[in-house]
Design a protein around this ligand. Sequence first.
Ligand SMILES: [Zn+2]
Length: 84
Amino acid sequence: MACMRRCPQCGSSDLFQLAGGYLGAEYRCKRCGYHGAFVVESEEEMPHPGVPEKESPEMNVPLWIRILAIIFLLIIIWVVLPRW
Ligand SMILES: [Zn+2]
């Protein structure tokens, strides 16, 4: 198993490695902004960092579109229905 690198400040595994210099690898934490060469290495799998999932806006039709659709339907019904 690959070692997980974690931020020593907040424990997040959201680290990215900066360009390796002569001092060795440096890391930066995306969560708390920690920056340094020291990271915690752990072989445990992180549970899930809890990324909030965005709800897809496809089902969220704006109200005016619904009203337009209803009006459109009423017009179609009024046109199609036989008049008396
Ligand atoms: Zn951190």
